[in-house]
Structures are given as structure tokens and as C-alpha cells.
Write a protein that binds this ligand. Sequence first.
Ligand code: NAD
Length: 487
Amino acid sequence: MASMDNVCDITIFGGHGDLAFRKLMPALYHLSNDGYLSFSSRIITVARNDITNDEHIELVRSKLIEFIGESVFNQEKFERFKSQLHVVTIDFDDEKSYKGLKELLGAFPSRERVNYLSTAPDFFATICKMLKNWDLVTDVSRVVLEKPIGRDLESSRAINSEVLKYFEEKQIYRIDHYLGKDTVQNIMALRFSNRIFMPLWDANNIDHVQITVAESVGVEGRWGYYDQYGAMRDMIQNHLMQLLCLIAMEPPCSLDADSVRDEKVKVLRSLRPMSAADIERKTVRAQYAKGSIDGQPVPGYREGEGMEHSNTETFAALRVDIDNWRWNGVPFYLRSGKRMHQRNSEIVIQFKSVPHSIFANQGSGISQNKLVISLQPKESIQLKLMNKVPGLSDQMRLQQVDLELNSRINSTRKSDAYERLLLDVIRSNPTLFMRLDEVEAAWKWADVILAGWAENIIPMKSYQAGTDGPSASIQLVVQDGVSWNDE
Ligand code: NAD
């Protein structure tokens, strides 16, 4: 049991939405049961429609069972948890409707407050303004912003500058749930607590890096949202860029939030901007056509609701270059897509070949060492090494073996990324959240590519649902003598 010193009031705007029920409430249920959130803390759901507290509690109960599973749900623990649950009805645009929230929060005026905006970004400014008008923003208030924060640098700046009218930068927690995953945090542990990697982590020893986030699901009914964003804005600009930063950053001087974020932002500022010729050679965009996944037929993207003329990419692949001493000449290949043949997120660090092979005439080649960090569906870290095939033989035969670096990862109940991130907000630790300059640097770099795509510098390719993307994605790496880690 953790210490129960974290007393705060957590208000979830959009509290009856998909994210709130699927991720936030289960995370808070576990935090509370595991002793990371004091029982005196309140979880205040902002609902759009009138609902009594009892009805709300019953709704939370049924959604918890749905999303954490009947075997994990514990009625006894829920009996205690439910005393933390409150609901208020608010229409975000209607100032008067915030009165109930004022009364609830006003009962503990000096208590720490977390305002989680689990809403479309169009509401961020309005909600923050209303909180300010009702005098509900204090020095110990925080605001959590869900993605997407804009669809380019300009719109992101507009949203952030509105929120900054009401909250200071240090009170703003911009969430990227990938950073809450244990294995992602493990990248820092692996890099900065093991000396053996330190001298190898550079252009002298690393051939290239691959970052893949593949989903087998499609848009899941969120056509209106997805079609405005696409793979580049929805995944590459934020999640994949954050992963790239963790692999490429210099060692920070401490784990303190700004030290870590200072190093990440330096990477983002070192990304080589793409010229029109680079966009043509180093980027691929594609949309899925009909196909099949797990033996089930899947319609194409343009067969979705109102999508007949859509020009939004559901897949993107890029070669990214980082212009600094450490990474000069080391390509980072990024790709992300929907309706791919399987759900798979991984980072592959491919080391260079040995300078000279003494095994060349022994009948087996030497595969380059790889460090494979798998994020989903399974979380694991494997180091692929060469080893002698055991036993007697005329020749010294070699095989590649996997060194599992943390087989214990899957042995305990895995806390969800949102548990980690919510706990950090409760404890006022912004290390795993994006600072304004990080968001802007990532948009600045991505905007150039998006503008090139908007001018049709490269055509939109097509790929069959249930595959690893278009052939152009294979070509992107093959032209550099590389292949994707799709074995
Ligand atoms: P959602 O549409 O399911 O939920 C939004 C909630 O806000 C709904 O309950 C709706 O009733 C409420 N709402 C809308 N307008 C309102 C108003 N004027 N007054 C009061 N309430 C109002 O959306 P979601 O999927 O939960 O996503 C929320 C945010 O999180 C979005 O920005 C989304 O992009 C982001 N996000 C969602 C997911 C996910 O898995 N669902 C993942 C990452 C990011």
C-alpha cells in the first residue's frame, strides 16, 4: 500500500465520455484502491445531462466492470471508492451551470485541484475561462489537456495561448499517454542506468533506428475527428516524436522535469527540416483500401461515413535525420498506420555490423545486434545477440539469440499509462508531460511535411487493410539498404 498523502479534488470535464469511462475512471479506481489517492480525495464528474449521484455511481460501476473486467472488479473496494464519486451537470458554454461545481469545490477552498479536460480542444479555452470566472483556479490548481492540441503550429499556439490566460505553464499538463507506459519510461532507465549502453549509443555504433506504431483497428466510429487529423497529426507528430526524443536525447543532468524536457526539446530542434526533394524521397502517405484482418473482411477508408472523397492518410512512414554530433548519418525510420495486419508498437535499435567477421567461412553469417523495445501488445525489451550453436560440428556455427532484459514486466498487474500519468498530475510532477516549447518544436517540423503533402508533392498511396502498409514504405527503407523489422 502506498502512502495516502495525496488529497485532491479531481474534476473530469467530459466525464461521461469514452476516454473517461475507458481509461480515467479505471485508473482512478486502481490508484484509490492501491493507496495512491487518499480516500478523502473527490472525483467530480462533469456530465452534460442531468443525473443523480446514485445513478452516476451505478453508471460508473457498470462501466468499471465493462472496462477492467468482472474478475478484477471488487465490489467491496468499490463500496469505499464510491464515496469519492460526485457528479455535477454543466453545459461548458453556460456560465451559470458551473454553480454546482463552485459549491462542491468551494467546500475545500485550499485543496489541490486537478481539472482534467477530456473534451475536444475547442472547449479548452471556454472551460478554463469559466473556472477563472468562478474563482476556481488557485495556485494549487492544475489543468490536464488531452490531445490533440491543434492540427498545426498556428492552431496549437492559439489553443495554448488561450489556456495560458488562465493557468501558468507550470500548471498545464499536456498529456501524451505513450509517455505513461512503463516500457517507455524504461527507455530512460535502460539508457541512463547502464554503463554498457553509454559508449554504444551513437552514430559510431548504431546503424539506424526504427519506430513503428501499428494498429489493426480502424477509426472506430470517430470519422469526424480522424479525417481532420490523419496519421501524421494523430500519431507521428506526438507519440512517435516523443519516443524518438527518448531514444535520441542526451543524458539529462537530473530526473527533474525541466532537465528532461530541455533535452527532449533539443532533439526536436535538431530534426533536419525537409525540403520538397526530401518530402519526395523520405516520406510516404497512404490510405487503406478494403482487405481482411483475422480472416474478417474490412471495408476501405473511403467506404466510411462521408469519406468517399477523403484525402486523409491512415498511414505515414518517414526517414528522419537528426543534425547533431551524436546522430549524424543515423536514419530514424518512423511509421504508423491503421488497419495494419496486427497491433504492434516497437522501437528497434539496429547496431552496425562487426568490422570484420572471422566466421565468414564457417557457414553462418552474423546478424547485426538489435535492441528491440516492444510497447504493445506485449511489453518487453530484447537484446538480440550472436551465440555459438551448442554441440560438436565441423564448423563454428552461429545463431541469433534473444536476451530478455525484463521478463518480470508482465508478471504483476500492469498499471495502465493513465494511472502513472494521473498519479504524476496528483503529485505535481510534470516530467512526463509535454512542455509548450516541445509541442511547438514538433509542430514546426511536422508542418513543413504536411504543407508538402497538401501540395501533393507525393501522391497518396493505397494499401490493403490487413497488410504492413504500402510497398512504398518498404521502398523507403530498401533504398537505404534497410528492411523493416517485420519478421
Ligand atoms: P467523447 O465525445 O466520448 O466525450 C466527450 C464528452 O464531452 C461527452 O461525454 C460529451 O457529452 C461531453 N460534451 C461535449 N460537449 C459538451 C458541452 N457543451 N457541455 C458539456 N459536456 C459536453 O470523447 P472522448 O473519446 O472521451 O475524447 C475526449 C478527448 O480525449 C478528445 O479530445 C479526444 O481527442 C481525446 N482522446 C480520446 C481518446 C480515446 O481513446 N477516446 C484517446 C486519446 C485522446
